[in-house]
Design a protein around this ligand. Structure first.
Ligand SMILES: [Zn+2]
Ligand SMILES: [Zn+2]
Length: 226
């Protein structure tokens, strides 16, 4: 796992597939996504590597219920006392009560999707809170939940208006270039969500896959979502 500084208070943990983000408010930490189920120790080490204490992780916000994003959430939450948050429409999947919804795959997506399925399945994971569209979470000066369905029904993005930072989850991808995320359950809905996120005009965009954008971000999102 690589640790990459995006902003002084924002770091990315990059795994072979997917990534998670650590946001810091003073000593309070928030994780956006949690890697796959083998990632807990690496994430804890990554936090310590920044001179921080994993016990300061207050909450783990899951952008959606895929195994590369929620796999290590329960282990981290149990070890460090964090709350796990996910949208109501993906929470049953995260809890293991419902199967992961099948995406409608383009042919070119099939090999990529198969690669993702080589990751171990996420264990049943408790969800402590189900924030809805427009809700404000107590970090980053007020973190707005933006329901962005299409990749999965309960996909959410997290917008920090005060810092002009947007965590898109897999609604938007940044692999090579900014584009609509792949493996969508509803392509039209995903495109509408992409446009809605682009309209937020962030300075910094953090994707579920691919490098964060910190320069020309709003324009790149707008152009890619048209
Ligand atoms: Zn996903
Ligand atoms: Zn993903």
């Amino acid at each position: 796992m690589d640790t990459i500084e995006v902003l002084p208070r924002l770091h990315m943990f990059r795994f072979p597939i997917g990534q998670a983000y650590l946001w810091r408010d003073g000593t309070d930490l928030t994780l956006i996504d949690a890697g796959d189920r083998q990632a807990a120790a690496a994430i804890a080490d990554g936090v310590r590597g920044l001179g921080l204490d994993p016990a300061a992780i207050r909450r783990i916000v899951l952008t959606h219920g895929h195994r590369d994003h929620c796999g290590a959430a329960q282990e981290l939450a149990d070890a460090y006392g964090a709350q796990i948050l996910a949208h109501a429409l993906d929470a049953p999947v995260v809890r293991g009560d419902e199967p992961v919804p099948e995406p409608v795959l383009h042919d070119w997506e099939r090999p990529l999707y198969a690669r993702g399925l080589t990751l171990p399945e996420a264990p049943p994971t408790r969800v402590d809170g189900e924030p809805a569209d427009g809700d404000e979470l107590p970090f980053g000066g007020g973190a707005r939940v933006v329901h962005s369905p299409g990749h999965t029904p309960g996909s959410i993005a997290i917008h920090l208006p005060r810092h002009k930072v947007l965590f898109t989850g897999d609604a938007v991808a940044g692999v090579g270039r900014v584009s609509l995320g792949v493996f969508n359950t509803d392509q039209a809905q995903a495109m509408a969500s992409f446009r809605r996120l682009a309209a937020l005009g962030p300075d910094v965009a953090c994707f579920g896959h691919g490098d964060p954008l910190t320069v020309g971000t709003a324009a790149a999102l707008r152009a890619a979502s048209e």
